[in-house]
Design a protein around this ligand. Structure first.
Ligand SMILES: [Zn+2]
Length: 198
């Protein structure tokens, strides 16, 4: 006997979430069926709120309720040190280390010919324009350690070099093939400290 259709649907929706397999989705669905309406409504409302109130900062691309975000608007941040990351998640990851006091620029992806993602689909044009306008004193590429991230870093270095700002790359200590998100805070802080000039 299978679950009634609405429960099947709930399980199907839950199992689309990252890190939740079929079994986990079943457990969560059964938990939600048992939970009282208040708790479930709060969960549904939290999902709606997060999605409707959070947008991407027009300057750095990070998640924010206000545009520009707190980091971009922050007078205590070093606005001249620019850290380039693949996505808004990486900003959150780096912020958790507390090791970086500059500002960010999220590319919203990385160059991936296999997935038909070329430089024009990323925020690379916006980055170059921003570098020309803001003239940062240092640009740090904080990309992952896999093949596509490597290729993206090389492309960026080529594009950025003529603009004059020193470009460095974190990566020391990051295991090959790994993303920023998968690194722990200590490794990430060290990778940041040990950045090398390109
Ligand atoms: Zn911002």
């Amino acid at each position: 006997m299978d679950y009634p259709r609405p429960v099947q649907n709930l399980i199907a929706q839950l199992s689309r979430l990252p890190g939740i397999g079929k079994r986990g989705a079943e457990r969560i669905a059964l938990h939600l069926l048992k939970a009282d309406d208040d708790a479930n409504n709060q969960l549904a409302q939290a999902i709606r709120d997060a999605k409707s109130r959070i947008r991407n900062c027009s300057r750095c691309g990070g998640y924010t309720e206000q545009d520009p975000c707190e980091i971009c608007a922050g007078s205590r941040r070093d606005q001249r040190v620019l850290c380039v990351v693949e996505g808004p998640n990486d900003i959150l990851t780096l912020e958790r280390t507390g090791a970086f006091q500059g500002v960010y620029h999220a590319l919203m992806g990385r160059i991936s010919p296999l997935n038909e993602v070329g430089p024009e689909k990323l925020r690379i044009g916006a980055l170059l324009e921003r570098v020309r306008r803001e003239k940062p004193s240092e640009i740090i590429l904080a990309l992952g350690a896999d093949v596509e991230s490597e290729a993206t870093a090389h492309y960026l270095a080529e594009q950025l070099k003529p603009l004059g700002a020193p470009v460095s790359r974190i990566g020391l200590g990051l295991p090959a093939g790994s993303s920023l998100e998968s690194a722990d805070e200590v490794t990430l802080s060290r990778a940041l400290e040990g950045r090398r000039k390109l």
